[in-house]
Design a protein around this ligand. Structure first.
Ligand SMILES: [Cu+2]
Length: 141
């Protein structure tokens, strides 16, 4: 899954767990020397900044999925931080995307901006997902 996670608080947010509404395994991944692997320690979104999840970089991986997914579907992601805060991203659109630096097959997903990350008190907040453009990815090969 790709998109941009925005931390609008003045504290780093250390995400340690990711789950979703599919019967699948979700992991935070990184790409090192062209090889992707699970990150050693989740994802940290620095205070007042954003992290882009994109092909060839950090991303959220869905593996061992047992549910059908098709372009046009919408998925929900639940990100849990080290301090117990839970961030729910709903209505993430599924679309077909050509594989880039990695072998994802042909199905890719887009994640909306995570604008709801100021809920540091552990309450659930939902970020409104919207399409993020990846048209410029093709120029970065
Ligand atoms: Cu991966």
């Amino acid at each position: 899954m790709f998109g941009e996670l925005t931390n609008s608080t003045d504290k780093d947010i250390h995400l340690t767990k990711v789950t979703g509404d599919l019967d699948a395994v979700y992991q935070y991944h990184e790409v090192v020397d062209g090889v992707m692997r699970e990150t050693a320690d989740g994802l940290t979104i620095p205070a007042n900044s954003s992290m882009t999840l994109e092909p060839g970089g950090h991303h959220i991986m869905i593996m061992e999925n047992h549910d059908d997914i098709a372009a046009g579907d919408q998925l929900t992601l639940t990100l849990t931080a080290e301090d117990g805060a839970i961030y729910t991203l709903a209505d993430i659109p599924v679309r077909v995307q050509q594989s880039g630096h990695e072998d994802y097959g042909t199905d890719g997903m887009d994640m909306g901006d995570m604008d709801g990350m100021d809920g540091m008190d552990g309450t659930e907040s939902s970020g409104a997902a919207h399409e993020t453009g990846h048209a410029d990815d093709s120029g970065q090969h």
